[in-house]
Design a protein around this ligand. Structure first.
Ligand code: B12
Length: 383
């Protein structure tokens, strides 16, 4: 079986019209496409960086701010500059992009523009027809981001085809891989959906970038999907600080695997851990009580369970396996009313384990939150 088509969608800078792209995303997903949604108000640089790292087949831009001719052309131009001409550009923008504009845009390298009144089925058919065939042979990528992105795709494709093991080409060419892994701090984040894992990670990334002016960080982020079906890979849309050239982020769909990660995760994580990053952060999908996603991934140095104060009664805590396993437990959204009770109840639960696990309260949505500072101190300490 082939991997699902992966595309990236976004709304340009100075544009908050996201209603059309939200509908289109859902239709793409319903038709088996994996959509990495970058969100609105996104710059050319952010879009091209994300598309290269995610190794998508095409970028779909929804534009209503009036600057479409220049914006689309700049996206095409930057892709060319970065050697990523295999990534195509298409889009729409109802009442704002005229037929004459579309002609000019196509002349500048845009594949297609969809006008008001086009049916969702037409757009989906277009994507499947034009971006769904096998990828042609690609020349060797000259930039590190592209090379890494291609190798991650090879690993995912190998698993999708049930070859199980990645191809030899997907193995990283690093002489001393063991010492490369030793120098990389790999941290696993898990927890229920809506606890704020992505926002928390984004705040930690900010602290890392500030503390290490030359350091690089990788994020491997997961969202759920059924095997052979589409998925909304939306973590990038909540990320602000992670839109940075020193951050390599890859979004993965679980492709039918339960437990929070994808069948290809272990190999992708190993590749990232060997690729010279200072930190690799791995984020699971929103997990349930039984999940212990990092048990099989021997290269994760520390595990962080991010909880929402609203987990129900104290009894529920007895059933959450990760409370036994996590090195650090975070009660995020600790500004909520129930957070103090949650802290006390979780503290008592952790005491039963006798493992010296750390418990930290955070408000990840708040800038300069002291709880996030404390968490950053702990994970950078490595233990
Ligand atoms: C809904 C809307 C809003 C909503 C947006 C809600 C939201 N979260 O998206 C609200 C009310 C908030 C809003 C606000 C504003 N809006 Co407004 N808005 C519209 C409106 C009426 C419809 C746009 C829309 O969503 N259409 C529904 C989609 C599904 O259909 P469609 O646009 O026809 O798109 C088709 C294809 O193009 C294709 N398509 C679209 N995108 C993509 C992407 C891909 C990848 C693909 C494959 C296909 C595709 O899908 C559709 C298929 O039929 C348009 C008028 C118009 N007719 O376009 C104005 C319009 C875009 N807005 C306009 C303006 C000026 C504003 C404001 C600046 C107003 C103000 N002064 O505050 C603000 C700016 C908001 C911001 N932060 O950017 C202007 C823009 C003018 C310009 N650029 O020259 C327009 C054109 C209205 C006008 N005639 O003046 N707006």
């Amino acid at each position: 079986m082939a991997s699902p088509i992966r595309i990236l969608t976004a709304v340009p800078i100075c544009d908050g019209h996201d209603s059309a792209i939200n509908t289109i995303n859902l239709e793409f997903i319903r038709h088996g496409i994996e959509v990495i949604y970058l969100g609105y108000h996104r710059s050319v640089g952010d879009i091209v960086r994300a598309a290269i790292q995610e190794d998508v087949r095409a970028i779909g831009i929804s534009s209503y701010n009036g600057g479409h001719i220049e914006f689309f052309a700049e996206v095409v131009g930057l892709l060319r500059k970065r050697g990523a001409t295999d990534i195509k550009v298409f889009g729409g923008g109802g009442g704002t992009i005229t037929h004459e504009d579309a002609v000019a845009m196509k002349r500048k390298g845009v594949d297609n523009i969809f006008f008001a009144g086009t049916s969702l089925a037409e757009m989906t058919d277009y994507v499947r027809k034009h971006y769904g065939g096998p990828r042609g042979k690609r020349s060797r990528a000259k930039s590190p981001d592209r090379e890494l992105a291609h190798k991650l795709t090879e690993i995912e494709d190998a698993y999708a085809a049930r070859r199980k093991r990645p191809t030899r080409n997907a193995q990283p060419k690093i002489r001393n891989t063991q010492s490369a892994i030793r120098n990389t701090n790999v941290i696993g984040f898990t927890g229920p959906g809506g606890a704020g894992k992505t926002t928390l990670i984004d705040e930690l990334v900010l602290r890392f970038l500030n503390q290490n002016p030359k350091g690089r960080i990788a994020i491997l982020s997961h969202d759920p999907s059924v095997i052979g079906e589409g998925a909304l890979l939306g973590d990038r849309a909540t990320m602000i600080n992670s839109q940075n050239d020193r951050v390599f982020m890859r979004s993965m769909a679980t492709r039918g695997q339960a437990g929070g990660l994808s069948p290809a995760t272990h190999d992708c994580l190993t590749l990232l851990a060997r690729s010279g990053f200072d930190y690799v952060i791995i984020e699971t999908v929103g997990t349930g009580q039984e999940a212990m996603p990092f048990q099989k991934n021997g290269i994760v140095n520390q595990t962080v369970l991010v909880m929402n104060p609203d987990y129900g009664s104290r009894l529920q805590l007895q059933k959450i396996v990760m409370l036994d396993l996590a090195d650090i437990v975070v009660v995020n959204k600790s500004d909520l009313q129930r957070a103090r009770t949650a802290h006390t109840e979780i503290e008592q639960r952790l005491e039963q384990n006798g493992r010296n696990q750390r418990l930290i309260d955070t408000v990840a949505k708040r800038h300069r939150d002291p709880g996030v500072d404390e968490l950053f101190g702990l994970i950078s300490d490595r233990g």
